[in-house]
Write a protein that binds this ligand. Structure first.
Ligand SMILES: [Cu+2]
Length: 151
């Protein structure tokens, strides 16, 4: 009897925390949802290589596997475009579109490379793949964050 009461209590508490979490999620989710990444999809910086010494004009080549590269006008599922994060220690917030500025560059035409200009010194580069609404995938489709040395 006592055992059954404990089980009932556990069920009630479990339900309460579940609905609490659902409420919290509703409160923080804006209009846009994160797209689901296909299993095995991958994003990588083809060049430059991590640790490379380069000039101030750097040709960055973007790679993607297992998901279709498309312009941001294409809203089909399992498509997206590259974003290059420059000198960012953290990814942009996941609940909103990736910001569009000099250190969060969007390649909404479906580009596969760009030449960027950097000041001398060390810089980091990371690719962050996102859908037509610039929302990051779940799970994330990001490259390794590489460091390059600009002469
Ligand atoms: Cu974008």
């Amino acid at each position: 009897m006592r055992h059954a009461a404990l089980i009932l209590l556990a069920l009630i508490l479990g339900f309460a925390s579940f609905s609490g979490a659902a409420l919290a999620q509703t409160a923080t989710t804006p209009g846009l949802a994160r797209p689901h990444a296909p299993h095995g999809a991958k994003v990588l910086i083809v060049s430059p290589k991590n640790g490379a010494h380069v000039g101030q004009d750097v040709l960055v080549k973007f790679g993607v596997k297992g998901i279709k590269l498309a312009p941001s006008t294409d809203t089909a599922a399992n498509t997206g475009h590259h974003h290059l994060l420059i000198d960012q220690n953290e990814l942009p917030p996941l609940a909103v579109p990736i910001p569009n500025d000099a250190t969060h560059k969007h390649y909404g035409k479906g580009q596969t490379e760009d030449t960027i200009h950097l000041e001398p010194g060390d810089h980091t580069l990371q690719l962050d793949f996102a859908d037509a609404t610039h929302m990051q995938f779940s799970p994330l489709l990001v490259s390794k964050r590489i460091t390059i040395h600009v002469k």
